[in-house]
Design a protein around this ligand. Sequence first.
Ligand SMILES: Cc1ncc(COP(=O)(O)O)c(C=O)c1O
Length: 422
Amino acid sequence: MKNHNWKFNYLSKFQNEIDKIKEEGHYRTFNSIERKVGNFPKATRHHNGEMHDIDVWCSNDYLGMSQNKEVIQSMIMAAEKLGAGSGGTRNISGTTQNHILLEEEIAKLHKKERALAFNSGYSANESALKSIISAFDNCLVLSDELNHASLIEGIRGSKKEKAIFKHNDVAHLKKVLKGVSFERPKIIVVESVYSMEADFSPLEDIVEVAQENGALIYLDEVHAVGLYGSSGGGIAEEKGIVEHIDIINGTLAKAFGLAGGYIASTETIVDYVRSFSKGFIFTTSMCPAVAAGSLESIKQVQKKHELRSEFFKNVNFVKEELRKTGIPFLDSGSHIVPVIIGDSKLCKEISDYLLNQHKVYVQPINFPTVPKGTERIRITPTPCHSREVTKNFIESLKDAWFKFMPRISSIAVKQSIQKTTI
Ligand SMILES: Cc1ncc(COP(=O)(O)O)c(C=O)c1O
């Protein structure tokens, strides 16, 4: 009989790694929730064979577009007409008219010559960035220290030299660039809104540094598209500097409420990525219904100025109500409201308490999404959160905060107070 004992060595290694993160308190537990169309932020939670109604406060469906009737209708129509899947890679029978129209709309949204759709914002960053950097033998990549994992993986995959500059610190970026020749190819990689710090990149200054040093700019606008700028084109549009940003990355999964990601740039850069990026070439293309829904959503969001103003009104209302409670939060000016807890186990405990006792859901954000010691809950108001739902949430949070306060790391509280308006 064959001896299979060797397999247990592999399994025990995997198990040890899992046990380690359980011990450290950042093992991830997925909550099974079903949001209800027409009723978001209400959702049903499935837990231990039971179902409960809850309010969701941590969704990235920032504008509630995932439940927009026209978007859903366009998806149904596309699926009925074209089938569920695309049936191939973009090169081998997987390009539909929906994909083409979606890319034209994205290019228009960002005032760029051309755009390219990927199956996620993550894969757009990882594979586009890797191929763009790889085009230059001697490329130097300048990356903000708090860049998203997808950007980091794209940079790492290129195997070119990288220099990390301190978060949003233009003086440090300049220092890193000192002595590097103007002729050497360089790419500055930043996000416009940092989704865990909730702050904005100093984009105008970054553009200036790029111009002084002959660098390209790759900008992740994932948490800004659909929300900022006069047509929802993001922070670059809002600041009127789109033409100075060489490559814009965005997602269809957050403010636009679907799934998928993209880059928008010049004809040549997009054609290059289309031709060389393995994560674009060697994968089945986005489902046609997702492309149709995304196209509809982008068109809707551009028109719906009142939806965006309602969104920001609600964000401000949450912040005002939080200020009254004395709970410190990172008020960096964006639509995201992080409350630092500073300990992974406690962060999970607070989140569980809110869910079980108050039926409000904010997922704990632990390592590796944020550095250890800066664990937080991340609140994301939407236009769908009514005043009543918000007041109930604030009362619940207040109860949890003061119940757990003695255990919330004083360092974490101090950190957030420094950046906070109370
Ligand atoms: C800054 C940033 N970039 C890219 C992504 C990936 O986007 P997607 O969810 O479309 O894969 C995320 C996801 O949260 C993100 O926060």
